[in-house]
Design a protein around this ligand. Structure first.
Ligand code: PLP
Length: 489
């Protein structure tokens, strides 16, 4: 692959000539210039706004709109944003393309999505079974990663079909203690049981998350109780600590022992890293390609594409469609009846849908593969430089190994604090975090790893530079000093 994902040929591009001109004017062989947005919000000493102006004197009035793309936003997982994404939102709103009954009513909306999801599959090195063009699996753009909870419906349909006579009450969804909330939400919506398997994410392990042995032990227990696990939601890059469930191991265990169990891989945050070949092994590409029934990756996290652009791929599109297809007479079309076109309304919940593929088209055409990769590598390098500060400091410690662009750390107690006691170390860190929240020049969020209270530092906005990391480190050290002073140590 060169700088472009792939040249589109034929008439498909003609309606988008405006975007094409724009892309050419922005793309340069050796990288790309800053977009107008980047210039107006440059990370120069005179910032246009602070990410947390309402936090003066510890009085939180909430974050201003846009805080999540500020270069000093290290909270949650910052959202991606680019000039291209903004432009697309304007354009797609102006065309008012509701995208219902999709091929007949909105062929451009459907066809472009088929094309860009193919590009994205190639960008991430996905097995060609996931490519739309091969008509076995395929990709669809969802609003958010949580929408991929719908794969649980497909998993349930497949499992029930393969086990006639099984009762719905005996079905159970598997997540881990670190899975994002959508696994539990799927259980709530479907009225099914859910079990959160325990994973150890502390620094004593290598942040490997769930393994095949852990899964097999749990399934045996549940079978003995008359229950039927039918789907596992594994995560590559958990929200709390960036832990990575061992997908190849899990996939092999499932295939060998419980082939009806559906494996969904939630790579909402870490998945974009697959664009860089050097991270594919650690980001579980071999396991995904070999065994995942479905996979979700958010372009709106580190993928330079504005919210809402969550990519979902399924290994067998028929299984998703069989579970979700409802076609009343008024939606029937010649193309749909012959099965020669994709009707994306059968791939997700809503009937109408936005023209989100334009957003990906703008981003991928304008940035190209190399600039897309460069942004991912930059975030990881910046995070590594922050991690180095923590490692070199006698005052802080890493709580989990750093993961891609996320560091989880905490303040170490001084000799005068009750060093060994978790409660007092947690109290110290809560105080430290409260102090950080009063600082207007950065945003961080907290988490619990087991019972350990710690701080997350996530690098994401494309305008974050080394100077922002150094500024943040300075603020963190100042806050550490004032924390100890305030606590009388
Ligand atoms: N999965 C993971 C690992 C996440 O970190 C998040 C959000 O941070 C989600 C899923 C949910 O993402 P969305 O807001 O797209 O539903």
């Amino acid at each position: 692959m060169g700088d472009k994902v792939e040249e589109v040929t034929g008439d498909e591009v003609k309606p988008f000539i405006f975007a094409e001109k724009h892309a050419r004017s922005l793309s340069k062989a050796a990288g790309r210039p800053k977009s107008p947005i980047a210039r107006s919000h440059s990370s120069s000493p005179t910032r246009p706004y602070s990410p947390v102006p309402g936090y003066a004197n510890g009085q939180s009035s909430g974050h201003p709109n846009g805080f999540a793309i500020h270069p000093s936003c290290f909270a949650y997982f910052p959202t991606a944003c680019s000039f291209e994404g903004i432009l697309e939102d304007l354009l797609s709103s102006s065309t008012s393309n509701p995208g219902f009954n999709q091929w007949f009513a909105s062929p451009a909306c459907t066809e472009l999505e088929v094309v860009v999801m193919g590009w994205a599959a190639k960008l991430f090195g996905l097995h060609d079974i996931f490519w739309n063009v091969n008509e076995v699996g395929g990709g669809v753009i969802q609003t958010t990663a949580s929408d991929s909870a719908l794969t649980v419906v497909a998993a349930r349909t497949r499992y029930v079909n393969e086990h006639p006579g099984i009762t719905l009450e005996s079905l159970i969804i598997y997540v881990t203690t670190q899975t994002h909330s959508f696994g539990r939400k799927a259980a709530m919506i479907l009225g099914l049981r859910v079990r959160a398997l325990d994973v150890d994410e502390t620094v004593t392990t290598d942040n490997t998350g769930l393994t095949g042995d852990g899964l097999i032990a749990a399934v045996k227990e549940d079978h003995a109780r008359g229950l039927h696990p039918f789907v596992l939601i594994a995560t590559v890059g958990t929200t709390s600590s960036g832990a990575i469930d061992q997908v190849a191991d899990l996939g092999a265990a499932i295939k060998k022992n419980y082939p009806s169990v559906w494996l969904h891989v939630d790579a909402a945050w870490a998945g974009v890293t697959l664009a860089c070949p050097e991270y594919r092994e650690i980001a579980q590409l071999p396991g995904i390609n070999e065994s995942a029934d479905s996979l979700c990756i958010n372009f709106h996290k580190r993928g330079l594409t504005n919210f809402d652009t969550s990519a979902l791929w399924v290994r067998e599109r028929k299984q998703l469609i069989d579970a979700l297809d409802i076609t009343p007479e008024f939606l029937r079309t010649k193309e749909g009846d012959t099965g020669t076109v994709i009707d994306y309304r059968n791939w997700h919940l809503s009937l109408g849908r936005r023209f989100r593929s334009l957003k990906l088209w703008f981003v991928l055409r304008s940035f190209g593969v190399e600039s897309f990769q460069a942004n991912i590598r930059k975030c990881i390098a910046l995070n590594n430089s922050f991690t180095e500060h923590i490692r070199a400091s006698p005052i802080f410690e890493l709580v989990t190994p750093p993961s891609f662009a996320l560091t989880v750390f905490r303040l170490l107690p001084r000799s005068s604090t009750a060093a060994g006691e978790l409660d007092s170390v947690n109290a110290l860190n809560r105080e430290f975090y409260s102090g950080l929240q009063t600082r207007s020049s950065l945003v961080l969020t907290q988490t619990l790893i087991g019972e350990v209270f710690c701080i997350r530092f996530a690098v994401g906005p494309s305008r974050t530079e080394q100077s922002d990391i150094e500024d943040a480190w300075g603020v963190i050290k100042e806050t550490e000093e004032s924390t100890f002073r305030n606590m009388g140590y």
